[in-house]
Design a protein around this ligand. Structure first.
Ligand SMILES: NC(=O)c1ccc[n+]([C@@H]2O[C@H](COP(=O)([O-])OP(=O)(O)OC[C@H]3O[C@@H](n4cnc5c(N)ncnc54)[C@H](OP(=O)(O)O)[C@@H]3O)[C@@H](O)[C@H]2O)c1
Length: 338
């Protein structure tokens, strides 16, 4: 089969012929129709992190059609249209993943390929109201947003919520979920057009974090936040603690803007703020996220769809932060020129 592999000498993605994966008794074989890209893979490309001693097929998100099932698989059959949960081996503790935890795409080969085999416990039927491309946008970002907002953020409908960097894939899922449940949501972005787009999707307002007075303006608009969902950290994180209501929660899942600086301890203990890290989610949260998407007919925001040959351009766009929502790759056609 053909696959997009990471050449760990050049740190470029290349289309290659590789062996089709074999099916074990508890696996399903999926012909992939679409994948989507995440900042997770971009970090690997940018930071030249050694992922394995051989070429590795990256990709955490995918949707497709089941072509074959192992002898022990129940509840799924050939021809089912499915999506994959990339959060593997979470373990038994709901509070944190265990030491064998993996995100699909390393060390297990990922979704940037014609076919994938994966244990059936990580496969579920795609929502009927979504296309393959929309479904491929869901797994990693949707799951991260679900756990951030509901499990770690302890979301309640009357909460006022701030989501930073709204152009991001996870951020837009958090917005869709919170708006679908009637919350008052504000956003930040480095791009005014993205703020307007977020308002069209149901946000009450937003500010550009590139303006020096962004936090003052935001407080004038919204007065304070019960839950803040942040993927940036960096210099602006201190201001987030100032904008958090007493007893409020800041949920952090990323490091796009680098290390946190000059955090004031007194603000944190006097307002009794909780600063919570979060990563991906467990199988139960994945199912709940899928139920929410189906019951509220939520559609992921798709920025753009690329062919396999243009995948490096897709990552360039993400690197420049130009996207609003998820970038999807059609996995139907492969050529060698990339
Ligand atoms: N822990 C986990 O489980 C987990 C899961 C998924 C992602 N992540 C991490 O979360 C981050 C976002 O991931 P993603 O896949 O959603 O990435 P993405 O789609 O590439 O989004 C990144 C977003 O970060 C925002 N941003 C950049 N600089 C910022 C700043 N100074 N302040 C506020 N926002 C800023 C941008 O928003 P604007 O364009 O609106 O300016 C950009 O759209 C990455 O660091 C990723 O590694 C972690």
């Amino acid at each position: 089969m053909k696959a997009i592999v990471l050449n760990q000498k050049t740190y470029k993605l290349e289309i290659k012929d590789v062996e089709r994966p074999t099916l074990s008794y508890s696996d399903v074989l999926i012909k992939l129709k679409a994948a989507s890209i995440n900042h997770h893979e971009l970090w690997t490309l940018k930071e030249k992190e050694l992922r394995s001693d051989s070429n590795i097929i990256l990709g955490s998100d995918g949707s497709g059609i089941i072509m074959n099932i192992g002898t022990d698989v129940n509840g799924l059959k050939k021809g089912d249209e499915v999506i994959i949960n990339p959060s593997l081996n979470w373990g038994t503790n709901n509070k944190v993943h265990g030491e064998n935890y993996e995100i699909l795409g390393f060390p297990q080969h990922g979704t940037f390929a014609e076919y994938i085999t994966i244990n059936h416990q990580y496969v579920c039927r795609k929502p009927e109201h979504l296309s393959f491309q929309e479904s491929a946008a869901l797994p990693l970002a949707g799951l991260t947003a679900y756990r951030a907002l509901f499990t770690r953020g302890e979301f309640e409908n009357n909460n006022r919520i701030l989501i930073t960097g709204i152009g991001g894939g996870v951020a837009l899922f958090a917005l869709s979920f919170a708006v679908a449940l009637g919350a008052e949501v504000y956003v930040t972005s480095g791009n005014d057009h993205k703020i307007l787009k977020a308002i069209k999707l149901g946000a009450k307002g937003g500010v550009n974090y590139k303006n020096s007075d962004w936090s003052t303006k935001l407080l004038q608009m919204a007065k304070g936040f019960d839950v803040i969902i942040d993927s940036a950290a960096g210099k602006g994180f201190t201001e987030l603690t100032e904008m958090t209501n007493p007893g409020g929660r800041i949920i952090l899942f990323g490091r796009t803007a680098g290390n946190i600086q000059n955090l004031s301890p007194s603000i944190i203990f006097w307002k009794q703020i909780s600063i919570c890290g979060t990563t991906m989610g467990n199988n139960e949260e994945f199912k709940k996220m899928m139920d929410l998407i189906s019951s509220k007919k939520i559609r992921p925001v798709i920025d753009s769809i690329y062919s396999t040959q243009k995948i490096n351009l897709a990552f360039n766009k993400m690197d420049k932060g130009e996207q609003f929502g998820k970038i999807v790759i059609n996995m139907d056609k492969f050529n060698y020129d990339i």
